[in-house]
Design a protein around this ligand. Structure first.
Ligand SMILES: NC(=O)c1ccc[n+]([C@@H]2O[C@H](COP(=O)([O-])OP(=O)(O)OC[C@H]3O[C@@H](n4cnc5c(N)ncnc54)[C@H](OP(=O)(O)O)[C@@H]3O)[C@@H](O)[C@H]2O)c1
Length: 260
């Protein structure tokens, strides 16, 4: 059993790596930070393979796929991602295009290529790390929320196609609310609600994925929020998200990158 994990150098991705390693999985880990990847390889053992890559570059995404092609991957975890905070007309366009390339294009490419391989063998699981943001419009983090909507909607559609094919291949979408990761500390953002730990998020996603569930929303309050949002008019829902995001802005400049 072997898994490819993107964004394995910190936060939720690193938790996925540790937990799968404990369960006896062999791993292929990717991220840009080569020093952290080397350290993880040393700690997790020799069967851990690493491939440093910047997945905002399409060519690098194909390079990672090629590296994995002969390695019998059974589980793809599309986890790498980030957000950019600020009003839509003020955020940096290049940063945003890079983010779209990472959060959307890389997820799209890897999901398609691995799904083809998995369907050939009629086995395999994809976990796409989206967010509770994937069910909402997100003023002040607009392109991040939109990117996670893409991941949710694409993955739901794939899940239905797999169900109609009676396929053994599975897809699970992890949709957490706030998670306490390094990224948030770096960005200097404070959460407006208590975050869950990355270990809990990863463990929850694996449990749902291995039991064949499509949507994984860890935490009762986030689950309730996503459910209740279905009954709110768009304008009210979007106004509420604006207030939540505005409360996090605090001392950071308007275009600084944040996760949730
Ligand atoms: N934290 C939250 O509140 C939260 C909530 C819901 C969903 N999520 C989602 O969870 C996922 C993981 O985020 P996290 O919270 O664990 O944040 P994190 O600790 O900052 O981890 C982000 C990971 O993405 C990788 N990454 C960033 N840019 C990359 C690039 N251009 N190419 C390749 N890898 C890149 C980083 O590795 P390198 O720096 O080594 O490249 C890092 O391993 C993201 O998709 C995020 O949207 C987070």
């Amino acid at each position: 059993m072997r898994a490819l994990i993107t964004g394995a150098t910190s936060g939720i991705g690193m938790s996925f790596a540790k937990q799968l390693n404990k369960r006896g999985w062999e791993l292929v880990l990717t991220g840009r930070n080569e020093a952290v990847l080397i350290d993880m390889q040393r700690k997790l053992g020799n069967n851990t393979l690493i491939i440093p890559a910047d997945l905002s570059d399409k060519a690098e995404v194909f390079r990672v796929y090629k590296f994995c092609k002969d390695k019998d991957i059974d589980l793809l975890i599309n986890n790498a991602g980030y957000g950019i905070f600020g009003k839509f007309d003020e955020t940096d366009l290049k940063d945003e295009i890079d983010m779209i390339n990472l959060n959307i294009t890389a997820v799209h490419i890897l999901s398609k290529l691995f799904l083809r391989d998995f369907k050939k063998h009629n086995r395999g699981i994809i976990i796409n790390v989206a967010s509770s943001a994937g069910f909402l419009s997100g003023p002040l983090l607009s392109s991040y929320y939109a990117s996670k909507n893409y991941v949710v909607k694409l993955s739901l559609a794939i899940a239905e196609e797999l169900r109609r094919d009676r396929s053994n291949v599975g897809i699970t979408i992890l949709c957490p609310g706030p998670v306490d990761t390094n990224f948030n500390n770096r960005a200097g953002v404070s959460f407006s609600m208590k975050p869950i730990t990355p270990d809990y998020a990863a463990e929850y996603a694996l449990k749902k994925a291995f039991s064949g569930q499509v949507i994984a929303i860890p935490g009762l309050s986030v689950k309730a929020g996503v459910f209740l949002n279905k009954f709110l008019p768009y304008r009210l829902s979007t106004a509420l998200v604006y207030n939540i995001q505005k409360a996090k802005k605090k001392d950071i400049p308007s275009s600084k990158a944040v996760t949730e």
